[in-house]
Design a binder for this molecule. Structure first.
Ligand code: 8YV
Length: 321
């Protein structure tokens, strides 16, 4: 008798490329489409060997899938997946690094310029018919500025690389000094914030980095300071940021991510010294397709016995054979 095809659970509606890739190859179940998700989980839970997700996976869910082997996360950030819990249960977690690095770095640079030069505000000024009455007010500038990067990982480095061509000084803070970069290291975030005019947040989310950018860091950034966040909303104390923006403790903020997405506090959205984007860092057709393909490739590689392509640090792959 032929072996039954491996069974996969898609936790929510995924990119079309993921949705189509497994049909006919594996047994695919879709939790988001189930009339009774609880009943579906109870029925198929023990048969599921791989989970494709873009969102939260906790221990309670893993416990409902006792034969789960692989969690393939759509996205490089996997703070919503309990990777330590997965490791304890012998489950491998994969993410989608590299394929989105340039896209997110491009967007970060766009946010820096948009926030500093007030590009969306200038666009609104023109459309609202103010230009014939008076020129748009002069803005801050990137000239002579120092830019700080919190988290000099793959995306942080790509941002720094782009910034080099803008002729600015680059500083960074992270868990450790990196020997192979020409940028100035600060061993505290406070020290970095004091030294720079623009602070770009691009470190991983999760409990370890929660509210790292707090009132004291914003105060240190100062009245000419700009905060850019393309990482996770949880890294920034949003209430402290809103207060700092309102009081002029810092000059402005460009944010692609928020604490409670897709909800953005009304008092933050009401401020004119912000540029706010709906988490679009990786959201181009090209890059989302590449991320989806990597999710698929991880699953296929796993079921073909070749191991995961891009396991996360908490669940490194050690082939037994
Ligand atoms: C996600 C992201 O892909 O990769 C990440 O960590 O934040 C995005 O690129 C997005 O959340 C997918 O919905």
């Amino acid at each position: 008798m032929a072996e039954a095809p491996a069974e996969i659970l898609l936790l929510r509606k995924m990119h079309p490329l993921v949705e189509k890739a497994f049909d006919g190859r594996y047994g695919v179940h879709r939790l988001a489409e189930a009339a009774d998700p609880e009943a579906l989980l109870a029925e198929i839970g023990p048969r599921i060997r791989a989970l494709c997700v873009g969102g939260a996976v906790d221990g309670a869910l893993m416990d409902r899938l006792p034969n789960l082997e692989l969690i393939a996360n759509f996205g490089v950030g996997y703070d919503a997946v309990d990777a330590a819990g997965a490791r304890q249960r012998g489950i491998v977690v994969t993410n989608t690094p590299d394929v989105l690095t340039d896209e997110v770095a491009d967007l970060a640079l766009g946010l820096v310029l948009a926030t500093l030069r007030r590009i969306p505000q200038a666009d609104r000024y023109l459309r609202d018919g103010h230009w014939p009455k008076a020129p748009f007010p002069l803005t801050a500038s990137l000239r002579g500025r120092r830019v700080g990067i919190l988290g000099l990982g793959r995306i942080g480095r790509a941002i720094a690389h782009r910034l080099e061509s803008f002729g600015v000084e680059i500083d960074y803070h992270g868990r450790s000094r990196q020997a192979d970069v020409p940028y100035t290291y600060h061993d505290t975030l406070l020290g970095l914030a004091r030294a720079v005019h623009i602070l770009i947040v691009v470190a991983p989310g999760g409990a370890d980095t929660r509210n790292l950018v707090n009132a004291a860091v914003l105060e240190a950034l100062g009245p000419e300071g700009i905060l850019i966040n393309v990482a996770r909303g949880t890294l920034v104390d949003e209430a402290a940021l809103t207060a700092a923006l309102r009081a002029g403790t810092i000059l402005g903020a460009g944010l692609d991510v928020f604490e409670n997405e897709p909800h953005v506090p009304a008092d933050l959205a009401a401020l004119d010294n912000t540029v706010l984007l709906p988490h679009v860092g990786s959201a181009s057709e090209h890059t989302r397709a590449a991320m989806a393909q990597l999710v698929v490739d991880n699953v296929v590689s796993w079921f073909e016995g070749r191991g995961p392509l891009t396991p996360v640090a908490e669940t490194p792959w050690r082939p037994t054979a």
